[in-house]
Design a protein around this ligand. Structure first.
Ligand code: FES
Length: 235
């Protein structure tokens, strides 16, 4: 058997989170999420957590596993020796047990206007794109909004107003799209935007989809710096 030490917490009822241990059967192909599903189905139906696709696509099963932000559907019991500690994602208010409040995160995503902004054309028009133009932003479109990068980011954990890795990478997904004519400077070039990042790089290490938000942030810092300086150097 593998022991899962799971954080249990009901805000407003419990004084603080406590760990509850559950024995789950050993199966080489069981992910941590399978262990939680076993607990929920066979041992304790009151355990609360999020999941949906079970294949690393929906981004809803992010939790802290032995201290690291992980997708629990892609993190296997067999990869650990001894008890496995499962906690909610760090940096987010807990709603219950392993479920965190994602509303502030969703607000950050929408604040960067994550859609193609065009000026004046017929929206029914077709806008062709070369493979090279697609490649310029493609990696940023792979984000699944799992919030692991926020949980790994030491700036976000201390400064919840920081726009954060996924939202800035999402902005760059559109900034670098040849079809986009939007301007996200006022949101991105602020102390809560790219200038809040201290380039620790943990966001990129934590990303399960191999997106590089740290690079997106540094690239936009350069863009913003050039744009800020240009009026002073232009004749
Ligand atoms: Fe969808 Fe894990 S359950 S990403």
């Amino acid at each position: 058997m593998t022991v899962l030490e799971v954080s249990r917490y009901r805000p407003g009822v419990d004084a603080e989170p406590v760990f509850q241990s559950y024995d789950v059967p050993d199966h080489d192909d069981w992910a941590v999420l399978d262990g939680l599903n076993y607990v929920k189905d066979a041992v304790d139906g009151t355990l609360s957590y999020r999941w949906s696709c079970r294949m690393g696509i929906c981004g809803s099963c992010g939790m802290t596993v032995n201290g690291e932000p992980r997708l629990t559907c892609g993190t296997f019991l067999a990869d650990y020796d001894g008890p496995i500690r499962v906690e909610p994602l760090r940096g987010f208010p807990v709603i219950r047990d392993l479920v965190v409040d994602i509303e502030p995160f969703l607000g950050k995503l929408s604040s960067v206007s994550p859609w193609l902004i065009r000026k004046g054309e017929d929206p029914a028009s077709e806008f062709a794109q070369t493979p090279q133009q697609l490649e310029a932003y493609k990696q940023y479109s792979m984000c699944i909004n799992c919030m692991l990068c926020y949980s790994a980011c030491p700036v976000y954990v201390l400064e919840p107003d920081f726009l954060g890795p996924a939202a800035i990478a999402l902005a760059q997904r559109y900034n670098l799209d040849s079809r986009d004519e939007g301007d996200r400077f006022d949101v991105l070039s602020t102390d809560e935007g790219v200038w809040g990042c201290t380039f620790v790089g943990e966001c990129t290490s934590a990303c399960p989809k191999h997106v590089d938000p740290a690079e997106a942030i540094q690239r936009y810092k350069l863009t913003a710096a050039v744009r800020s300086v240009l009026p002073w150097v232009r004749p």
